[in-house]
Write a protein that binds this ligand. Structure first.
Ligand SMILES: NC(=O)c1ccc[n+]([C@@H]2O[C@H](COP(=O)([O-])OP(=O)(O)OC[C@H]3O[C@@H](n4cnc5c(N)ncnc54)[C@H](O)[C@@H]3O)[C@@H](O)[C@H]2O)c1
Length: 304
């Protein structure tokens, strides 16, 4: 089958593109990315493969992207602006990109009768949900224009699936880490920031008291979830993609070792986040395999 990946030159999208390139069931992969935060370097290993067609385009421009949806069976929709703090100052930009961009994808699917979309949704829809693990029926409580744009995009996908009889799987990703995650800018996740600081022999900056916790899920596990979702018979479902465990930032700093420096909290930062993943385990037989401690050690080793 042919597939189309939006945001395929980004952190998660590039790993997904690489993985799908090696999947014999897939004949052609269209990657649409405007390279705002992604980079051709992320997919340099596969760009020349004849299975891959890279299209530098913006999903906001429907006329420039629509024709690539012809003969596509599954769309993996990962394109998005991802900086929570930046979204607070630029809400319109985030809504245009993440929500109206998604509307364009859905219209293109309708035009060429594409039946399935796998969406990179976000656990940010749960807001500050407390210390307990969160299941998919937890009340949505967005705390930033970013979270709002991602959740509204998910709602739009559900609506189109009803109207046009198409299928979706929405994967609410928790904190994804791994090779190629952005090390700079507001959006860089704590593990990437610590990697950069370790590389530059700088103290590790801990936001607030460091007792906030996150559910860190490895990018290669996330890619497996996308793949399983695309081949599964389960349809019109929302799944949490995390590990079901959460670690404090202080614990992550301890794994890295070295000097620490505490800095003030940022707008939009959440206190706790932990996924309940029984639904995805049962339906998709997906289990996160990567161990946090070992994976961080590997990332540190790769810095040298
Ligand atoms: N990384 C995480 O922890 C995490 C958590 C929850 C959800 N997500 C979602 O997963 C997706 C991928 O995130 P990522 O961490 O790989 O970020 P990323 O910034 O590396 O990837 C996003 C990609 O989308 C592209 N893009 C953005 N706007 C576009 C547009 N208008 N047209 C075409 N391409 C566009 C960017 O250039 C980039 O390559 C995002 O939608 C994000 O909201 C990520």
């Amino acid at each position: 089958m042919n597939v189309l990946i939006t945001g395929g030159a980004g952190f998660i999208g590039s790993h997904l593109s690489e993985n799908l390139k090696n999947d014999k069931r897939i004949k052609k992969i269209y990657i649409i990315d405007n390279l705002t935060s992604g980079s051709k370097k992320n997919i340099s290993g596969i760009l020349k493969d004849k299975k891959i067609k890279f299209i530098k385009q913006d999903i906001k421009n429907i006329n420039k992207i629509k024709n690539y949806f012809k003969n596509v069976s599954v769309v993996f929709h990962l394109a998005g602006l991802v900086d929570v703090a930046n979204s607070i100052n630029n809400p319109l930009k985030y809504l245009k990109n993440n929500l109206l961009g998604t509307l364009n994808i859905l219209e293109c699917m309708k035009l060429y009768n594409v039946k399935k979309i796998i969406f990179a949704a976000s656990s940010s829809c749960y807001g500050n949900a407390g210390k307990n693990s969160i299941n998919e029926s937890q009340k949505v409580e967005t705390e930033s224009p970013y979270a709002y744009s991602k959740n509204s995009a998910e709602e739009l996908i559900k609506l189109f699936s009803k109207i046009n009889k198409t299928n979706f799987v929405s994967l609410r990703l928790f904190n994804v880490y791994g090779q190629r995650a952005k090390m700079t800018g507001n959006y860089a996740s704590v593990i990437s920031i610590f990697l950069r600081q370790k590389k530059n022999n700088k103290p590790l900056t801990i936001v607030g008291d460091g007792n906030q916790s996150r559910d860190f899920v490895h990018v290669l596990d996330v890619v497996e979830a996308f793949k399983k979702a695309s081949f599964s018979k389960n349809k019109n479902k929302v799944y949490n993609i995390g590990t079901g465990k959460s670690e404090t930032i202080n614990k992550i700093a301890k794994i890295f070792g070295g000097k620490k420096k505490f800095i003030p909290k940022r707008a939009g930062d959440l206190r706790f986040s932990k996924a309940k993943i029984s639904k995805v385990k049962k339906d998709l037989k997906w289990i996160p395999k990567k161990k946090l401690n070992k994976s961080i050690q590997e990332l540190i080793k790769n810095l040298c």
